[in-house]
Design a protein around this ligand. Sequence first.
Ligand code: NAD
Ligand code: IPM
Ligand code: MN
Length: 364
Amino acid sequence: MSYQVAVLAGDGIGPEVMAEARKVLSAVEERFSLAIEYTSFDVGGAAIDNHGCPLPEATLKGCEGADAILFGSVGGPKWEHLPPNDQPERGALLPLRGHFELFCNIRPAKLHQGLEHMSPLRSDISAKGFDVLCVRELTGGIYFGKPKGRQGEGENEEAFDTMRYSRKEIERIAHIAFEAAQGRRKKVTSVDKANVLACSVLWREVVEDVAKDYPDVELEHIYIDNATMQLLRRPNEFDVMLCSNLFGDIISDEVAMLTGSMGLLSSVSMNSQGFGLYEPAGGSAPDIAGQGIANPVAQILSAALLLRHSLKEEAAAVAIEVAVSKALRDGYLTGELLTSDQRNQAKSTSEMGDYIAQVVKEGV
Ligand code: NAD
Ligand code: IPM
Ligand code: MN
């Protein structure tokens, strides 16, 4: 049987890091005799340039027919002048999340062995390491709530977004967080702003209710502002962080950077049938696109998550994760992880992909 994967590389560094993920996937297919068929589709800015819209019908149909989506990143200054809903992010990525009801976004952030000194954390804090799983609600909250828009003119012009959460939406993401915690260190930290927001008051109540089904898991609540601060002070005390859409967006960039680079954080966005879109948590990085210096690890680890969650090829997923750990331990690092005096030792995007693919082929 062969698996079908829709590949949507997108814009900026998307195609650069996707090429490396494909190399690593080829290596793992060879080693584990897997048959995966890839079909590439335009998305985001690339689709606007080639077809006049960010999410062409053929791309959506291609995704519908696939077992999983491997996504790069979309967006960039070239398309920022377009009306908001025609831009790559709001015209392609959010509609894809909505269309497939990918409500569950999981972003695993841990400090890799060998990268302790690359973290911006103070050395006594990074020495303790950390392993945080960010569980983010992805199809509700202020991103999707209606009404949303602008009205009035001149002095009277205003804009509005609506934060809205139903009990059901909170319940289903909370169950994911508690189940994940049961397989880890058995602690859920629910992030909210219940001292101000009605949505957060409901969020807290529902999370408390769901917690009753998981007596073995410790639950704590924390306000978003305090959470961003405590993550800098004592990241090793967090296990699963359960977040609404906007708060999870913020927390996941923060934990990514605590690991040393935005280019290390993978992610899966899944629906209740287990269909998933796999993508780096970071974006198209226009500031470094085209230079061959983007870190491909987030894309490569996203491919590992795809093997694990959608294709149920656990051994292949682990082989990739082990190879990435070895590459980082061996000092295979792209430029953004190094200080300016170490930059001459930096590996390029493709050197890093080659090395990881080689380790996957040979085994560690
Ligand atoms: P970004 O994540 O693209 O970049 C933030 C910083 O992280 C930059 O300095 C960038 O160089 C660095 N960075 C990101 N990925 C990296 C990698 N793999 N290796 C090394 N460094 C990396 O965020 P931004 O600058 O706020 O957004 C740029 C564009 O990307 C915007 O159009 C934004 O909307 C879009 N975006 C898309 C996605 C997505 O498609 N999933 C996610 C986030 C942002
Ligand atoms: C992410 C991104 C997206 C988000 C943007 C590009 C719409 O920042 O996946 O974290 O805010 O969810
Ligand atoms: Mn983000």
